[in-house]
Design a protein around this ligand. Structure first.
Ligand code: ADP
Length: 198
């Protein structure tokens, strides 16, 4: 089974993906893959250089994130161009990893951890989507603590994403992470049994 895993910022995706991994699920992490596709020698990095120029490279051939960020900041057209290079590269690589895991063992759970899964319209690609849910007030609280942010800064980041209540409505499986970690672990155990996972 290919499961999409998402939620809001600081709702507990990493926490839940670690719990799933502990039970034997294989995790493919969109943020990690996003870093891999721009390593030196990767076609996506070559495309980025051909569009944005050599200035987006550091002396050692790695991508100069701050320079690239500066070039696309506030420029919708450039940002679209960058995303049109990155997004397909990320998806192809994630899909290859998932296929490889399922080829090894078709019965296992393969989880794609994608923070903006709904925002980027990827829900239908998965057999099901699990949303890690906490109410917005608690989301604010956990985000402020984890990232040492003010209430305004936390609110700004949360407002960049689809409302967590909307994600909860769209979910195939809801994990409510507003209780203790033990409580969340219990919900994962229940999910595992319901799906008849090995
Ligand atoms: P995400 O990956 O969705 O951004 P994390 O898994 O990093 O979220 O969780 C956000 C923060 O909340 C972290 O500091 C984490 O330790 C904490 N946290 C997660 N789940 C719980 C929980 N059930 N109870 C208390 N704190 C939690």
């Amino acid at each position: 089974m290919r499961l999409g895993l998402t939620g809001g910022i600081a709702s507990g995706k990493s926490t839940v993906s670690a719990m799933l991994a502990a039970r034997g699920a294989k995790i493919v992490d969109a943020d990690q893959v996003a870093r891999e596709v721009v390593l030196p020698g990767e076609p996506a990095l070559e495309s980025i250089v051909s569009v944005f120029g050599q200035a987006v490279l550091n002396a050692d051939g790695t991508m100069n994130r701050s320079e690239l960020g500066r070039l696309v900041f506030g420029d919708r057209e450039r940002l679209d161009k960058l995303e049109s290079i990155l997004h397909p590269a990320i998806r192809v690589r994630m899909w290859k990893q998932m296929d490889a895991y399922l080829e090894e063992d078709p019965d296992r759970l393969v989880v794609a951890d994608i923070p903006l899964l709904y925002e980027t319209g990827q829900a239908s690609l998965y057999d099901g989507v699990m949303v890690v849910y906490i109410p917005r007030a608690l989301q604010m609280e956990r985000l402020m603590v984890r990232n040492a942010l003010s209430a305004d800064q936390a609110k700004q980041r949360i407002d960049l994403q689809m409302d967590i209540e909307e994600k909860k409505r769209l979910a195939d499986f809801i994990i409510d992470n507003s209780g203790t970690l033990e409580d969340t672990k219990g919900q994962i155990a229940q999910f595992w049994r319901d799906q008849g996972l090995p």
